[in-house]
Ligand binder design. Sequence first.
Ligand code: AP5
Ligand code: ZN
Length: 214
Amino acid sequence: MKIIMLGAPGAGKGTQAKKIAAKYEIPHISTGDIFRANIKNGTELGKKAKTYMDQGLLVPDELVVDLVVDRVNQDDCKNGYVLDGFPRTIPQAEALTEALAKMGQKMDYAIDVNVPDENIVRRMGGRRACVGCGATYHVEYAPTKKEGICDVCGAELILRDDDKPETVQKRLNVYHEQTQPLIDYYTEAGILKTVDGTLDIDDVFQAIVDILGA
Ligand code: AP5
Ligand code: ZN
């Protein structure tokens, strides 16, 4: 099963993609996580990506497309995968469609996690990310057992650089301009499914399972 997660920054794509990956035993491929790992490791790709990410801008398509196409060609993707944060522009979507077509494949589902902008700003301010393993939490909606400490690995939690309020607004503008057109793109492709992302995390997941099958 090959799945794309669509939705605004903070809509809950990552939260749901992790649950999908666990239930259906397919890899979770997050371009945001790949960039953050590269930044942490000080790679050339990380240095380039950081200048865009810190401003709330998208990393240029040419830095993203090959990376994802290489990743989905790896062995562990044979039975499918869930893409989180990619594609994010029409050229990225076209490049993905083309690359898959060359292998005689196509995407099965594009799931739009729909959340209005007002809710997003509140969510991002409360999100906390683990410096050790990248797990994400929310101070109110997905708290850790011990405040400020990751449940998974015990490392410290931080507010992401791009989750500051002024950057969040910028990311939302970028989303509406560059990523929202993908809703029409995947509607035309006949694979778009929309879920209400304002529900509780488990209820959003149930709606997704209803679509994908138990
Ligand atoms: P990326 O990491 O993909 O960020 P994003 O799309 O902005 O998405 P987020 O990770 O912020 O949010 P999410 O939807 O995953 O929400 P989450 O589950 O964490 O990308 C970062 C940057 O990298 C981009 O800005 C760009 O610069 C660059 N980049 C990445 N991919 C790119 C690409 N393809 N092309 C170009 N540039 C690219 O949830 C948010 C919070 O809400 C959490 O705290 C969570 O616990 C909580 N929450 C989740 N669901 C619920 C719920 N139902 N109810 C209450 N709280 C909830
Ligand atoms: Zn951790």
